[in-house]
Structures are given as C-alpha cells and as structure tokens.
Write a protein that binds this ligand. Sequence first.
Ligand code: TXA
Ligand code: MG
Length: 310
Amino acid sequence: MVRIKLAQAHIKLRMGGLVAIPTETVYGIAASLDHVSAIKKIFELKRRPPNNPLIVHLPHPLAVESYIADLPPGSQELMAHFWPGPLTLVLPIKIESIPNEARAGLPTAAFRVPSHPLTLQLLHLTGPLVAPSANRSGSPSSTAPSHVEEDFDDLVPVLDGGMCDNGVESTILVSKNGKWHIARFGALTPEVLAEQLGYYPSFLSSQSPPLCPGMMHRHYAPKARLLLGSDPYRGQARAVIGFSDRIYSGRKRFFSLGLSTRPEEVCYNLYEILRYLDRRGILVAWVDMDFPDSGLWRTVRERLERAAQS
Ligand code: TXA
Ligand code: MG
C-alpha cells in the first residue's frame, strides 16, 4: 500500500509517473499530458482498449483555451456554471495539443475541472492531467483509496483524499447540431442541466455509430452475476442488493444501497457494494430495481444495467 502526499504526487507526475487522485466523483489514475509513455502505461495497467479515450482534468476553466479549436454554443455558460464539478464536455480540439494516445485518435477531447480540493491543488502545481477512473477496465470504479489498492496493489501510489463524495462518474455532454446531448449519465442530473440549458438534453448512447468506440466495452461489472429486479430470478440468488427501508423475504444475505428515497446515498454506496460481492466471493445477487427513472436514479439504473451485462 503506497499512499503519498501532495508534494510527492507533484514530483511523480512531473517525472512521468502515475498517481491515483481523488475526485468528487471517483478516483482517477493520472498522468501528465507531457509524458506519452505515462499515458500508454495507464492503458497497459488498466488493460484498457486503446480506442477508449481519456478525460483531460484542468485546474481552471480558462485552461481549456489552449486546447480547443472552437467552442460549441453554450459551452462557456456550462463551464461557468458547473466547473469545478462533475460535468465533462467533449469539445473539438487543435489536434496537436493533445497526444493521440489520450484521445484515441479522435479530433475531439473530453475536459472537466474536478472539485476535490486536494486534486485542484495538485492540478495547479502540475497543470492539466489525463485520468481515467482508477479501476481495471470493465470493473466497478474506485471510490476509496482501498479500492485502488484492490485493483493495482502498490503499482500506483495513491493521493489519499478519503471517500469520493458523489460515488459515480461525471456526466458527459457532447454538442451536436447546436444542442447538448448526454453521452454518459453521471453525477450531474439531466434535470439540473435542463435548468441551465433551457431544454432537456437527450441521451446519445443508443445511436449508431457510437460517439467513441470505447463506450461499447463492458463497464462497471463485478465478477458476481447480477439479476436485475424481476421476481422469478430471485430464487437463484443468495444475496439481495436492495434498500434499507424495504423488507425482503427469504434467508438471503442483504446488502443495503441506502434509503430508497436518497439516490445520492445510493450512488455513494454503489461501487463499494459491487466490489464487496467479489471480496466475499458471492456469485449471484438479485438487485431491487424498483426506483424512479429520473434524476440520479437514471445514473444508478444505467450503471446497474451495464454491470449486469457480461
Ligand atoms: O468522473 C469522471 O469522469 C472520472 C474521474 C476520474 O474524473 N473519470 C472517468 O474516466 O470516468 P473514464 O476514463 O473512466 O471515462 C471517460 C469516458 C470514456 O470512456 C469515453 O467514453 C469518454 O469519457 N470520452 C473521453 N473522450 C471522449 C471523446 N473525445 N469523445 C467521446 N467520449 C469521450
Ligand atoms: Mg471508467
């Protein structure tokens, strides 16, 4: 277990090393944009397909200016309103400004300004960093330093910023034909975005071809098989993942996502529970999917549906 302080993290990154960093959403594995070998190392360590691009993390909204070709309408308002915070924008870039490896050869890149104070401090020292979520490709993301260590042992030192406040990844927006669309549901809800945009952003993922091929890969999945919310399957599962304010009959192990009225709590607990199943060697778990289809619940539903595909 290697936990390091801010000053050490700064030096490591400047010298072309990797550091796991805390954000308000999930932990990331960061590398400097100036070290292509470090960026390649991230893909190797995570066993991430090279066609799945990384997010560029910025210390400040203005830092985006060095990279972008032009700003789609409404970008500045979104940045001013939601950065720092769990919003990622996919923007057209000057292609030479970001290494090909980080953006999977695309003419666009994804940007965000995270709000975790420790990582903001780090970004002010290092400048922009690329960072995917700190998990083996396909597995649940890491929301605590111990999760990073579970996946990478001592291969990646961790800047310990405690548990992540949100517990699910940032919401990704992309602009098409003058409107913003959701490319990934996340910690920022469509409803909150709609207040700012003046319209409800639609979800892109069902479109073909996908925005980036990386989105099609397996995601967020534990080794355990998840059976989603239809009673007939319940008998096969030895464990129930449900809500603390509901009663589930039968003698099964119970894992609580939190209160069925508190989606923030459910997001906060979600990846820890998925990881816990594997730690305890549980093979099949039934998940109570009886919750709304709006707000943060959309994100919870999407993560569980993808986690159940294997
Ligand atoms: O909350 C988060 O966003 C976390 C923390 C660490 O910041 N990061 C994160 O990164 O979730 P990652 O690598 O697990 O997911 C980034 C996703 C990629 O899978 C890809 O789908 C999308 O961002 N992405 C990146 N660049 C893109 C681009 N140019 N066009 C479309 N999608 C892009
Ligand atoms: Mg990820």
